[in-house]
Design a protein around this ligand. Structure first.
Ligand code: UDP
Length: 372
């Protein structure tokens, strides 16, 4: 059967849903297939029996400086004004991550903290962000000590747990996501727009897909035999899977969330508490903070990283390095003209939500402009 006026979209996550909506609004017919039994991909959330909104695949906090992305998403959801903070337990002390001027005062005696703060302010611009691998290049004795301290207490164990490798062996942009911050701003993100959809991410995606030109099929896996003859295909799945792994598998990291419910109002002081020094999990999420859910119970999840194993767990993070990029390119070179890859999996890039949406919007425009 031919569907040569229909576009096929593989995956009903954020990237697939954004491009589906943009095409539909332009009057094009779109079929979205999703192999899971739910929409929204890894930003899927649901309200549990306690009335708490749970982010099934880990905490998702939206943040962006991109007006276009922000305006687009606001058509499908009202966002609250939640601004994310992360605390970490370092040497048994609860303090702020990214490591900033307040952290210095939390973990060191006053005289040492004052001296370190002065030296940092002499050396760096206020509000500057310095990646840890860069920060380690200090010649001053005190700053050398501080750099080593932050490396060991914040990055070394957390990164080793998260990626199965020490910080030097993973791409510098990964640890640069959480820099040393010469500031007293305790927020995790400094973007102009931040927040969580008040009715949840799933509802936002549902609204996006609700359009007469969009047909959605859940529990539907792509196969080239079954889905041929479409005008074009946008694939948000992993490129190795699309090609039946003919050049081998692209590696990913996965994470397991172990959920627990407690008969008390709160479990911890903050939505996310990182454990960079202790335990096998990296962090604990407590979900009721995001939408200020009222319940006399609370639900938490401990996050345990692991390797991704096909058929066993989910893909969460591409492991971006030279070797894996080469493998990705090898597949990419064989992509037919009417097939386009996008999203964290499709592009094999560590996108935040806003970057995934931005990429979908840009790709849509590229394709529409190429046509006219
Ligand atoms: N990281 C770390 N210690 C922390 C927080 C982050 O070493 O307390 C490193 C770790 O390598 C992690 C990376 O910084 O993978 C990016 O962290 P982010 O919180 O941005 O990760 P995400 O929320 O995307 O999992």
């Amino acid at each position: 059967m031919m569907f040569n006026n229909i576009t096929l979209i593989i995956g009903a996550g954020l990237s697939g849903s954004v491009i589906a909506r943009l095409l539909a609004e332009r009057g094009e017919k779109v079929t979205v297939i999703e192999q899971k039994n739910h929409i929204a991909g890894n930003i899927y959330d649901y309200i549990d029996e306690n009335g708490i909104c749970i982010h099934k695949y880990g905490s998702h906090i939206f943040h962006t400086n991109n007006e276009i992305v922000w305006r687009f998403l606001n058509k499908f959801a009202d966002f609250n004004t939640y601004m994310h903070k992360v605390v970490a337990i370092i040497d048994g002390i609860e303090t702020t991550i990214p490591f900033n001027l307040n952290t210095i005062h939390d973990v060191f005696p006053k005289s040492l903290a004052d001296r370190l703060e002065q030296k940092l302010l002499d050396k760096f611009e206020y509000n500057s962000k310095v990646p840890i691998l860069e920060f380690q290049k200090q010649d001053d004795k005190d700053l050398k000590f501080l750099a080593q301290y932050i490396y060991e207490k914040v990055f070394l164990n957390y990164t080793t747990k998260q990626w199965g490798q020490s910080p030097e062996n993973i791409d510098g942009y990964v640890t640069a996501r959480v820099p040393v911050y010469i500031s007293k701003d305790n927020r995790y993100f400094q973007d102009k727009y931040q927040g969580i959809p008040q009715k949840g991410y799933t509802k936002m995606i549902e609204n996006m897909l609700k359009h007469p030109n969009i047909e959605l099929k859940l529990n539907t896996k792509y196969s080239s035999e079954e889905f041929s003859g479409y005008k074009r295909i946008f694939c948000t799945g992993s490129i190795d899977e699309f090609f039946n792994y003919k050049y081998g598998e692209l590696p990913y990291r996965s994470v397991e969330f172990r959920f627990e419910t407690f008969n008390r109002e709160f479990y911890q002081s903050n939505a996310v508490v990182n454990y960079p020094c202790n335990y096998d999990f990296t962090r604990i999420h407590e979900y009721k903070y995001y939408l200020n859910d009222k319940s006399n119970k609370t639900v938490i999840a401990k996050e345990y990283p692991s390797a991704f194993v096909k058929g066993i767990n989910e893909r969460y993070y591409p492991i971006v390095n030279e070797q894996n990029n080469e493998l990705y390119k090898k597949y990419k070179n064989e992509v037919p003209k009417n097939v386009h890859f996008l999203g964290r999996l499709g592009d094999y890039r560590y996108y935040d939500m806003d970057k995934a949406a931005e990429r979908a919007i840009n790709l849509f425009e590229e394709i529409i402009n190429a046509k006219s």
